[in-house]
Design a protein around this ligand. Structure first.
Ligand code: HEC
Ligand code: HEC
Ligand code: HEC
Ligand code: HEC
Ligand code: HEC
Length: 217
């Protein structure tokens, strides 16, 4: 072992310096760990109690988002479907599948399935689905290709940060699509879409707010 410090050096200040450095690092780590909410990270994909796949139900079976997320056009919150919605099919389809065990238990015990929320805003930021989907903002714009998300569950596709919200609020013409394409996945805009959107924005008086109190109140 090489001697790093002469034997007669008083080790106490060194030790306490080391300890406080370590403590500092630890503190920074803890603050970072506890206060950096996982849900802000693009790609956040929590484990879910059922290996439900949007890829199967949306892409393969062709179901519309609003079959399950029934509130999305008329309320602030998009709901996750009740067990009953699953059981309309799964009382007859794949009715013995082990992958649906938790769904059957939920149905038998009349207890909702505890899905883990993926996309999440802090309480001090207000957001309404209805305000967006009725004005031509597609699910895909904010949630990505949900139709390609499989049994590992949904992941957060966009940052959902203030800068991200404002980027669209300042130039909505770059993002809006016709109202009947809101739930379409893989939508491609026509060549002249920016002019069309500018017309629509003018005619309908669409004006996404950029003042603080619209989102923070
Ligand atoms: C058959 C029912 C069903 C259909 C159809 C469906 N979903 Fe879902 N969706 C669910 C369930 C169940 C969950 C909760 C499990 C999960 O997050 O993986 C969910 C979760 C989500 C989430 C994540 C919610 C959160 O916690 O942040 C988004 C976003 C979403 N769906 C969007 C869509 C979109 C967009 C469509 C249409 C392209 C769609 N869903 C179609 C059942 C459905
Ligand atoms: C409209 C009918 C319908 C509804 C509603 C429905 N499913 Fe399905 N689901 C199916 C069909 C059909 C399959 C089989 C598809 C395949 O294997 O190609 C399936 C497959 C599954 C599987 C995979 C089963 C296996 O053994 O591979 C799971 C898990 C599942 N569904 C969960 C759910 C959940 C959870 C809900 C409610 C949020 C739901 N489903 C709502 C029709 C439905
Ligand atoms: C302008 C962006 C935007 C659009 C468009 C949008 N969402 Fe969301 N979605 C969000 C945000 C942000 C959250 C997190 C909200 C929160 O935590 O308060 C969210 C959350 C969700 C959730 C979880 C439940 C909830 O309300 O927190 C579901 C399910 C969902 N969205 C489905 C959809 C579907 C289906 C569509 C299209 C019909 C859609 N969203 C369109 C931004 C959007
Ligand atoms: C891709 C475009 C887009 C994105 C992303 C987006 N918005 Fe919007 N927002 C709009 C449009 C369009 C309107 C409708 C303006 C109108 O009705 O005149 C709107 C309206 C609003 C309103 C006013 C209506 C109401 O609910 O009171 C608020 C608040 C709002 N958005 C908050 C948010 C927040 C918070 C986020 C980020 C989490 C966000 N928006 C992300 C386009 C967007
Ligand atoms: C279109 C909606 C919207 C508007 C307008 C808006 N904010 Fe925010 N703000 C948000 C969202 C969403 C978050 C949460 C961001 C996150 O979780 O990463 C946020 C977060 C914040 C935070 C917390 C720190 C941070 O950056 O995460 C502060 C402070 C803040 N906003 C101040 C303001 C001020 C001041 C204004 C006016 C100049 C303003 N906001 C306008 C949506 C908005």
């Amino acid at each position: 072992m090489p001697q790093l410090f002469p034997k007669k050096a008083n080790t106490l200040p060194l030790l306490s310096l080391g300890a406080s450095l370590l403590g500092g690092v630890l503190l920074v780590f803890l603050v970072w760990y506890y206060f950096s909410p996982e849900f802000k990270v693009v790609g956040y994909q929590p484990d879910q109690p059922v290996p439900y796949s949007h890829q199967i139900h949306v892409d393969k079976l062709g179901m519309d988002c609003q079959y399950c997320h029934t509130n999305v056009a008329n309320s602030k919150h998009a709901n996750v479907p009740a067990t009953e919605t699953c059981m309309t099919c799964h009382s007859q389809v794949k009715e013995n599948s082990p992958k649906l065990q938790a769904v059957r238990e939920s149905w038998a015990n009349k207890e909702p399935i505890e899905w883990t929320k993926v996309n999440h805003l802090p309480d001090y930021a207000h957001f309404s689905h209805a305000a967006h989907v009725n004005k031509g903002v597609g699910c895909e714009t904010c949630h990505g290709r949900i139709d390609q998300m499989g049994a590992e569950g949904v992941y957060q596709a966009e940052p959902l940060s203030m800068g991200w919200c404002l980027d669209c609020h300042r130039q909505p013409e770059k993002y809006l699509r016709p109202n009947d394409e809101i739930t379409t996945m893989g939508y491609t805009q026509p060549a002249n879409f920016v002019e069309r959107n500018l017309d629509r924005i003018r005619n309908r008086g669409i004006q996404p707010p950029t003042n603080c109190s619209a989102c923070h109140y």
